[in-house]
Write a protein that binds this ligand. Structure first.
Ligand SMILES: [Zn+2]
Length: 133
C-alpha cells in the first residue's frame, strides 16, 4: 500500500513538471471548455506514456475534471465547446473531446450530429476507441 502511494506521488510530481508547457500551450485556459481565471489541473489522457508527456495530458478546470472523473455528474450543455475542440491541432485535446462526445452521443442528438461530421485518421480513431470513457 505504501508502495502504491509512493508511485502515485512520484507520478504527481512528474506530472507537475508539465505545468509550464501546458500553461503555454493552453494560454492558461481550460483546454476543453476555455474557462479562464480558474485553477487548472493536469489530466492524463490514456494511453499515458511511461514518463508524463504533454502529448498525453491536458489542462482542465475543476468543472471539466469533475465530470470526466465522475460521469454521473456529466451535464451535456457544459460540453458544447467540444464541437470545435474535435478539430483541435492539440492531439490530446482532440482525443479527449471525441471520447467525451461519444459518451454523450447515446443520449443527445446534437452530439451525434457533431460526431457525424467529425473526422479522425486511423491512428486517432484507434487511440480514441481503445480507451473509451
Ligand atoms: Zn473546463
Amino acid at each position: 500500500m505504501a508502495k502504491g502511494y509512493d508511485i502515485n506521488k512520484k507520478r504527481q510530481e512528474e506530472l507537475a513538471g508539465l505545468g509550464k508547457t501546458l500553461t503555454r500551450r493552453s494560454g492558461s485556459r481550460c483546454e476543453l471548455c476555455d474557462a479562464s481565471g480558474v485553477p487548472l489541473y493536469i489530466l492524463e489522457v490514456p494511453p499515458s506514456s511511461v514518463e508524463p508527456e504533454a502529448q498525453w495530458a491536458i489542462f482542465v478546470c475543476s468543472v471539466c475534471m469533475e465530470q470526466i472523473i465522475d460521469f454521473k455528474k456529466m451535464e451535456a450543455e457544459h460540453w458544447r465547446s467540444l464541437g470545435e475542440k474535435i478539430w483541435s491541432d492539440v492531439f490530446p485535446v482532440k482525443i479527449m473531446s471525441h471520447r467525451i462526445l461519444r459518451k454523450l452521443a447515446c443520449d443527445h442528438h446534437w452530439v451525434s450530429d457533431i460526431l457525424e461530421n467529425a473526422y479522425l485518421d486511423d491512428e486517432e480513431e484507434n487511440t480514441v476507441s481503445s480507451f473509451p470513457l
